[in-house]
Every structure is written in structure tokens, then in C-alpha cells.
Design a protein around this ligand. Structure first.
Ligand SMILES: NC(=O)c1ccc[n+]([C@@H]2O[C@H](COP(=O)([O-])OP(=O)(O)OC[C@H]3O[C@@H](n4cnc5c(N)ncnc54)[C@H](O)[C@@H]3O)[C@@H](O)[C@H]2O)c1
Length: 418
């Protein structure tokens, strides 16, 4: 088996951490049990491009138990947990191509390795696998049944491909499942982003001015958690409805131009480019801390920061200090890449349980239905979404009411009024 990881000797540590994550993934465990028995993915070659974390390891194992022949590469150069990569190779015999801190060239070489597997199903987080597959002339895509996509930015890229008529196979947008973005993007990104900032800096949030750019699913999660730790949260937005929601949720909403000079911490989660740029760095306070939790490292204009800086040094792990011409310092975390994965461990397993249950069931659905689907982006079928929520509640020991016959009838009727 071919693989490219940092060090196979890290495998035992990784195996324990994978087991720890599994304890909090009851829905995926149930799916794994069924997959083991029914083998719904038998004969399927699957290439996954995901953050190599303990939760992803549990997903890979589930897919393998379902009969799939699985290969994994990283979906971000900084998000790989090397001990997990080692454990997957040694204890699960799954080929992994991922090393934390790999350069861009290695990152794309690893994507090529995953594509050499000739996937029948692609599983992406950010659409790098699908876009690389599509950009290579002469590559036959006839064997591909379809793909699944994990994140907002990936879905945006895929929809753009579908609209332009270049998407060559169907893809299921796992991100759009309610059991994904309501929880993963909000509570997962909320907690793990704050975790990444704290691990990297060990600074006090209480009393600080904490600027969140983008009040989407991720942004509201981060704002909620930073507020809970005593920070004065400030939001910047471009969408008037989201901005209004932020106002009524009790946050101060201002432009980035205004926020730049008052913020102690800045987090971008917009999926957009150059949200913090030259004019903003120039008005920042000495010691400002900036980071990104959106998918790509383009939300902070790092080349512009480098250009206006006279010195750059790594002052702590995952903290680069840039000194501007007048001596003020701006600290960039995790090279502007997803701070929750670069400086912490990504989302807690309890939320990834639902995201990856969607991935596993979407792969099963694609195996059965892929040939019948058009070359479009499809949502996760509603029954799958509902079933995952039901199983999660069961796992949490939470019971909810059921509609009575009379209520069902009332809710489906129009005759009854005042
Ligand atoms: N860190 C993680 O683990 C993680 C998890 C899930 C999603 N993501 C990524 O986070 C990003 C955001 O995802 P989401 O689900 O919150 O998306 P979303 O669409 O719900 O929210 C994005 C928000 O950013 C706003 N925005 C766009 N440009 C802006 C600008 N220039 N200034 C201020 N606001 C701006 C939009 O109006 C929108 O409200 C995506 O790149 C997604 O892939 C990261």
C-alpha cells in the first residue's frame, strides 16, 4: 500500500485519540454497525480529501467497513493530525497522503495520489479534489458515480461549475443538510475557533474587543462563544439581513474600517477574499491578533501585510508577528489558514458525528442513485437529514413529542379558523 505521512511511529497515539473521538460519535457508530453487515459500498473506490482528524478517521473506517476501497488526502496543508494519519495507515490499512505543514506543491501531489485511485466517489471539503479532477484534460470521468461536498466554500465552487455547465458528475451538498450546518458550522466552528485562538495565544478574551467578519452560520457561532467568555463582540457584514440579525442578537455592527482601529482580536469567516487588507492593517492597534476560520487563506490579505511590514518572526507556535514601519505589531495566527484546525484539533466529535453521518449516508445514496442523477449539486435527501437528527437525539437520551392524529390533520388543513 502506498502512502505518504510524517511518521508511522505516531500510530499508537493516533489510535487512542481516534477511539476517544468515537466515544462521542453514536450516530456514525450505528451506521458503521449496519455498513459492516450490509456492505453497501462493496466494490466502490472512494477518494476523500478531508481534514485528517480523529473524526475523519472514524468516517474512513465506517466507509471501509461498508466495503469501500478508501484513500485519504488532506483538504488543507495545515490541518493534518500526523498521529491520526499514521494510525489510519498502520491500524486500519487505509492509504493516507497528508503531512501537517506540507507545502502547496506537496498538497497538490497528495491530491494527485488520491486521484490515481480512480475514484468512483469523491468526498471533498472545499472541492479541491473535484476541481483538480475537472481541470485535467484527457482524464476520463466515466467511472465516477458522483461526489459529496462538506463545506460552504466547496458548495459555492460546485454550484458555479454546475451553472457554467462544466460539472461532469452529480455532487451531494452535505453542507446544506440541517444536521450539518446548523450544528457543525455554528457550534463546531464556534467552539473550535475560540479554542484555536486560545491555544495559539493564551490571551484573555474577557474585556477584549473581538471582531467577527461575517455573521453566517460560522460567524454567529464564534460570536456567541466569544461573548460567553466576556469579549465585547463586534460584527462586520455585507448582507443587510445578516447585519440586522447581528444587531438584534445584541452585537455592535460596524464597518471593517471602523473595527480595524478598535479590535484586539479579528476572525474572518466569510468565504470571501481580502476582507482584512492593507488599509485595515494600517490602522490596527499594536499587538492586534488576526486569524481566519473560513475555508481558504485568502480572507486576510497576507501578501499586503508582508509588503507593509519591515520584519516578520514566529514568536510562538502558530503566531507570526509582523512589525509595521512605525513599530506596531500585528500577529497572524496559523498562516491565515483555518485557525481551528491549524492551532487546535478542529470541531469536537459530537458535531462531526452528524456531519460525517451525512457523508457516509450520502456516499451510500450516491452508490445506489448516482447513475440516475444529473450533473448538478443535490441536497442531502430530507429523510436522511431527519433520520440523523432522530438518531442524535436518541444518542443524547432526549425524547420529543409526536404529533397526534388530530394535530397532523389540523396542520395539513385550511378550513379551521377563528
Ligand atoms: N473553520 C471551520 O471548521 C469551518 C466550518 C464550516 C465552514 N467553514 C467555512 O467558513 C466560511 C463561512 O461559512 P458559513 O457556513 O458561515 O457561510 P455563510 O454563507 O453562512 O456566511 C458567510 C457570511 O459572510 C458574509 N460576508 C461575505 N463577504 C463579506 C465581507 N467582505 N465582509 C463581511 N462579511 C462578509 C456573508 O454575507 C455571510 O453572511 C466558508 O468558507 C466555509 O467553507 C469553516
Amino acid at each position: 500500500m502506498d502512502y505518504d505521512i510524517k511518521d508511522l511511529k505516531l500510530s499508537d497515539k493516533g489510535a487512542l485519540r481516534i477511539e476517544w473521538a468515537e466515544q462521542n460519535m453514536p450516530v456514525l457508530r450505528l451506521i458503521k454497525k449496519r455498513f459492516k453487515k450490509e456492505k453497501p459500498l462493496q466494490g466502490i473506490r472512494l477518494s476523500a480529501c478531508l481534514h485528517v482528524t480523529t473524526e475523519t478517521a472514524n468516517l474512513m473506517d465506517t466507509l471501509k467497513m461498508g466495503g469501500a476501497d478508501v484513500v485519504l488526502c488532506a483538504s488543507n496543508p495545515l490541518s493534518t493530525q500526523d498521529d491520526v494519519a499514521a494510525a489510519l495507515v498502520k491500524h486500519h490499512q487505509i492509504a493516507v497522503f497528508a503531512i501537517k505543514g506540507e507545502d502547496n506543491k506537496t498538497y497538490y501531489r497528495h491530491i494527485q495520489e488520491a486521484l490515481r485511485h480512480r475514484p468512483m466517489i469523491t468526498m471533498d471539503d472545499g472541492a479541491d479534489l473535484v476541481s483538480t479532477l475537472h481541470s485535467e484534460s484527457g482524464r476520463s470521468l466515466g467511472e465516477v458515480l458522483g461526489g459529496t461536498e462538506e463545506t460552504t466554500t466547496g458548495v459555492i465552487r460546485l454550484r458555479s461549475m454546475a451553472e457554467k455547465g462544466v460539472l461532469k458528475f452529480p455532487v451531494i451538498s452535505v453542507n446544506d443538510a440541517s444536521t450539518k450546518h446548523f450544528f457543525d458550522n455554528r457550534y463546531g466552528t464556534g467552539q473550535s475557533t475560540v479554542d484555536g485562538i486560545l491555544r495559539a495565544t493564551n490571551r484573555l478574551l474577557a474585556g477584549s474587543v473581538f471582531v467577527v467578519a461575517g455573521y453566517g452560520w460560522c460567524g454567529r457561532g464564534i460570536a456567541m462563544r466569544a461573548h460567553g467568555m466576556g469579549a465585547n463582540v463586534v460584527i462586520t457584514e455585507v448582507d443587510p439581513i445578516k447585519a440586522l440579525e447581528a444587531v438584534m442578537d445584541g452585537y455592535r455592527v460596524i464597518s471593517m474600517n471602523e473595527a480595524a482601529s478598535i479590535g484586539d482580536f479579528f476572525v474572518t469567516v466569510t468565504g470571501d477574499i481580502k476582507v482584512i487588507r492593507k488599509e485595515h492593517f494600517q490602522s490596527m492597534k499594536d499587538g492586534a491578533i488576526i486569524c481566519n476560520s473560513g475555508h481558504f487563506n485568502v480572507e486576510i490579505d497576507i501578501p499586503a501585510l508582508e509588503k507593509i511590514s519591515k520584519r516578520k518572526r514566529t514568536i510562538r507556535d502558530f503566531v507570526e508577528e509582523f512589525t509595521l514601519a512605525d513599530g506596531r505589531r500585528v500577529n497572524l495566527l496559523g498562516e491565515g489558514r483555518l485557525v481551528n484546525l491549524a492551532a487546535a484539533e478542529g470541531h469536537p466529535s459530537s458535531v462531526m458525528d452528524m456531519s460525517f453521518a451525512n457523508q457516509a449516508l450520502a456516499a451510500e445514496y450516491m452508490t445506489k442513485q448516482g447513475k440516475k442523477l444529473e450533473k448538478k449539486v443535490y441536497p442531502v435527501p430530507k429523510e436522511i437529514d431527519q433520520e440523523i437528527a432522530r438518531l442524535k437525539l436518541e444518542g443524547l437520551g432526549v425524547r420529543i413529542d409526536r404529533l397526534t392524529k388530530e394535530q397532523e390533520k389540523y396542520l395539513a388543513s385550511w378550513e379551521m379558523g377563528t
